[in-house]
Ligand binder design. Structure first.
Ligand code: NAD
Length: 350
């Protein structure tokens, strides 16, 4: 296994990791360890090029810094990517080689499950390094973070509704949910239980049909969900969906959901604000997942207590962001970024 350091001004440390014997080509990007060891998942994808994989690692690790700081966790931001199709290129020897690179960082980077990875893969990596979370077994194993993520998003939607409509009650509110996967399905169940009327879309028609029969949800075509009339849009599928093309077509009063990197660019946050659409910053709303993973990294004994406390903190933090953004007349995403940057400047001395 070979490690090459790639000087990157925006990041603390970026490694290119290769292993000829196993066909491994990947990157580990450490954006910041200002608040603690960098934490963020390992993604495997058939990237079009090494450049595309590196760009993804740089972007995602930057996002993790913000997410971890916003959640008040003593963790920095990092992310790892491996090039290849997880269905046919992934092997145990390849993951073992990658574990060697994580081990060489001696705890500056903690990995976890992300797209293309499973708890079984994390167990393979754990044979080569202790700096891995998302394990299915073990004294601090945190399991599937999705239900906690969905709980946090539900809280964020209630909080956003209170700011936008004057009441946190979701009874009778129309909520459009894009994506009914691990997070979106759980969220839809909670919204339904709270009396919301759902409009859903997923590229998998079976999930839509299931939501229609379980929650009485109306189904929108995948290419129409961002234009449906509703009170709140909850993006729970892919990133970049709030952009110059979609924002003018939105017919909602607020956006609060779980997908990472919902804004295609920061300017899109301003565009939402100009349209009077209240936006709950994604990394504040969806912090439940990393909070759950953090219990494993930080070796928290009272996991349930920690998660409960952190979810309450996240909701209070969103409440403060929305209040201050309204007072200043700026977009909430700007306020959230400012708070994170201030936290990082106030970091304890190393
Ligand atoms: P998932 O893969 O389980 O579900 C995604 C769902 O979206 C799938 O059902 C898929 O069919 C659907 N989908 C994909 N493209 C779509 C499209 N264009 N239109 C409609 N539906 C589409 O993923 P997940 O774990 O539920 O995560 C959803 C989002 O939340 C992702 O952006 C993820 O990064 C983010 N997130 C997840 C967690 C977590 O704990 N799982 C934590 C934080 C953030």
């Amino acid at each position: 296994m070979q490690i090459t350091h790639i000087p990157t001004p925006s990041h603390e440390e970026v490694l290119r990791v290769t292993d000829t014997a196993t066909g491994l080509v990947g990157f580990i990007a450490i954006h910041s360890t200002a608040l603690g060891p960098a934490a963020g998942g390992l993604r495997m994808k058939p990237y079009a090029s090494e450049e595309a994989a590196l760009t993804d690692a740089l972007r995602l690790s930057h996002g993790m810094t913000f997410k971890n700081a916003a959640a008040g966790l003593p963790l920095g931001g990092g992310k790892a990517v491996i090039l290849g199709d997880p269905a046919c290129d992934k092997t145990e020897t390849m993951l073992a080689a990658f574990a060697g690179a994580i081990a060489a960082l001696k705890g500056r980077y903690w990995t976890a499950e992300d797209m293309g990875m499973s708890p079984e893969d994390m167990a393979v990596i754990a044979r080569g390094t202790e700096f891995v979370a998302g394990l299915a077994d073990g004294p601090f194993a945190s399991g599937d973070p999705s239900p906690i993520t969905a709980r946090g998003i539900f809280n964020a939607i209630r909080c956003t509704a209170r700011h936008r409509f004057g009441s946190a009650s979701l009874s009778g509110r129309k909520v459009a949910v894009q994506g009914l996967g691990h997070v979106g399905w759980d969220l839809a169940a909670q919204l339904h239980a709270a009396g919301a009327a759902l409009i859903v879309a997923d590229i998998d028609p079976a999930r839509c049909d299931a939501a229609a029969s379980r929650f009485g949800a109306a189904i929108a075509p995948v290419d129409r969900i961002l234009g449906v009339e509703a009170d709140i849009l909850a993006p729970c599928a892919i990133g970049g969906i709030l952009n110059a093309e979609t924002i003018p077509a939105l017919k909602v009063a607020a956006v609060a959901g779980g997908a990472n990197n919902q804004l295609a660019t920061p300017a899109d946050g301003d565009a939402l604000h100009r349209r009077g659409i209240l936006y709950a910053p994604d990394y504040v709303a969806n912090a439940g997942g990393i909070v759950n993973v953090a219990t494993e990294i930080l070796r928290i004994r009272d996991r349930a207590g920690f998660v409960k406390e952190k979810l309450a903190e996240a909701e209070a933090s969103l409440d403060a962001i929305l209040t201050r953004a309204a007072l200043r007349g700026v977009s909430p995403h700007k306020l959230a970024d400012e708070i994170v940057l201030t936290r990082m400047q106030r970091r304890p001395a190393a």
